[in-house]
Design a protein around this ligand. Structure first.
Ligand code: ADP
Ligand code: ADP
Length: 223
């Protein structure tokens, strides 16, 4: 479902952040991306989402080569991969429903259908009743769940998130992870970059670890 073949990544003229990375992720897996700050976890996720091109090698998502995707195929990738970046990019000049409707508006869905789907997505992440709130009126955990709702409203088959529990208390962090688990249990392939190994040990069944250019791939998460 996701495949990296001899992937290298450097920004500009810097040295390689990722060097000769090879792995496959099968449908339905729940993968923990671990490693210290600056190791390249975000970069790995951005390569999957097509937000950064590899310097060398090939990245495949659903057998399509992401880095060679023609412009007309990009909307397909957007639907296939839901992304929650560290900066959630929520819009503070509109309410929760309107934030979640954005990706649907971009796809050309009419407003009524989009609003109904947005409400369903908010319900799935536990934000029923908060549809009309502006993100400013929400807690950190609620904002994170709002970002998840926006990422899943297109029903992606892959969900990737960068440090989704950073800066949250344990209870909120667990609620976020429960949301990911619920999507994973209905078949959504899930990859999460995090520093919180004990938390991830309760959810993920595979670890991709990056550290100073070294890469390892193991089943399970050692707490
Ligand atoms: P992590 O998510 O593990 O903290 P990142 O993938 O964010 O790591 O970053 C890996 C390295 O790449 C860091 O040294 C970071 O400064 C550098 N980096 C990340 N994004 C860019 C960019 N757009 N331009 C230049 N360097 C970058
Ligand atoms: P552009 O629309 O100019 O090509 P980007 O591709 O960098 O800009 O993405 C713009 C915004 O869309 C970013 O906030 C990014 O997080 C989001 N985005 C890009 N690709 C996806 C995707 N596959 N799934 C969800 N969000 C995405």
């Amino acid at each position: 479902m996701i495949e990296f073949q001899h992937v290298f990544k450097a920004y500009g003229r810097s040295k390689n952040i990722l060097a000769d990375i090879n792995f496959n992720v099968d449908p339905g897996e729940f993968v923990f991306i671990s490693g210290p700050s600056g190791a390249g976890k975000s970069t790995l996720l951005k390569l999957i989402g097509g937000l950064e091109p590899p310097s060398r090698g090939a990245v495949f998502v659903n057998r399509q080569r992401v880095d060679k995707l023609p412009a007309r195929e990009r909307p397909y990738l957007r639907r296939a991969v839901g992304i929650i970046l560290q900066d959630t990019h929520l819009l503070f000049d509109r309410n929760a429903t309107q934030n979640v409707m954005l990706p649907l508006a971009i796809m050309g869905l009419d407003t009524r259908a989009a609003a109904a789907r947005a409400r369903a997505a908010l319900d799935k992440v536990g934000l029923a009743g908060k549809e009309d709130l502006n993100p400013v009126e929400m807690s950190g955990g609620e904002q994170q769940r709002l970002a998840i709702a926006r990422a899943i409203v297109n029903r992606p088959t892959i969900l990737i998130a960068d440090e989704p529990t950073a800066n949250l208390d344990q209870e909120s962090a667990r609620r976020i992870m429960d949301v990911f688990r619920d999507f994973n249990q209905v078949g959504v392939t899930t990859l999460i970059a995090s520093h919180d190994r004990p938390l991830m040990a309760r959810y993920a069944n595979r670890t991709l670890h990056i550290d100073a250019g070294r890469f390892s791939d193991s089943s399970g998460v050692t707490p």
